[in-house]
Design a protein around this ligand. Structure first.
Ligand code: RB5
Length: 151
């Protein structure tokens, strides 16, 4: 069965413009976009959207997620606290491809205002298009994230 094209997205105040641009890009590509950004008094604290997107992905509501903050670091810390989430901070498309092939990353994290080496859209498109390799060694290591004994 094909994975439904539903994607969760969220940002903090440092990346709202990029988030809106990428949401439009995803809709143009046929994705149903669920935006979990929470803005209050002009600020959007990264732990709020980060956790909501992580829960939507871990719970299966959205098979993929995209998170953005100034550096991408706060979103990474937050999302990776949720069991089952593998959130990958990617500054270029090589990281994007490897995070899918080796780590089966289910959330892509990018910075909104820190240095990024390729356009966000290029990184996102490659990340979405790259399948998990399914290699036994990578499957084993992914299991070991939650269960070190699995090795
Ligand atoms: C917000 O100013 C900034 O701290 C945030 O965007 C992010 O970079 C945190 O990791």
């Amino acid at each position: 069965m094909e994975t439904p094209k539903i994607i969760a997205i969220g940002s903090d105040h440092a990346a709202l413009e990029v988030k809106d641009r990428l949401a439009g890009h995803l809709r143009d590509l046929g994705w149903e976009v669920r935006d979990f950004t929470v803005v209050a008094n002009g600020k959007a604290d990264y732990p709020l959207a980060g956790r909501k997107v992580a829960l939507a992905v871990a719970g299966g509501e959205c098979p993929r997620g995209v998170l953005l903050c100034g550096t991408g670091l706060g979103m990474s810390y937050t999302a990776n606290r949720v069991r089952g989430v593998r959130a990958a901070l990617c500054l270029n498309s090589e990281f994007a491809a490897l995070s899918r092939e080796h780590n089966d990353a289910n959330i892509l994290v990018m910075p909104g205002r820190a240095t990024i080496y390729e356009p966000h859209e290029k990184i996102l498109d490659l990340w979405l298009a790259t399948p998990f390799s399914g290699d036994e060694r990578h499957v084993k290591r992914i299991r070991m994230i939650d269960d070190p004994e699995a090795g």
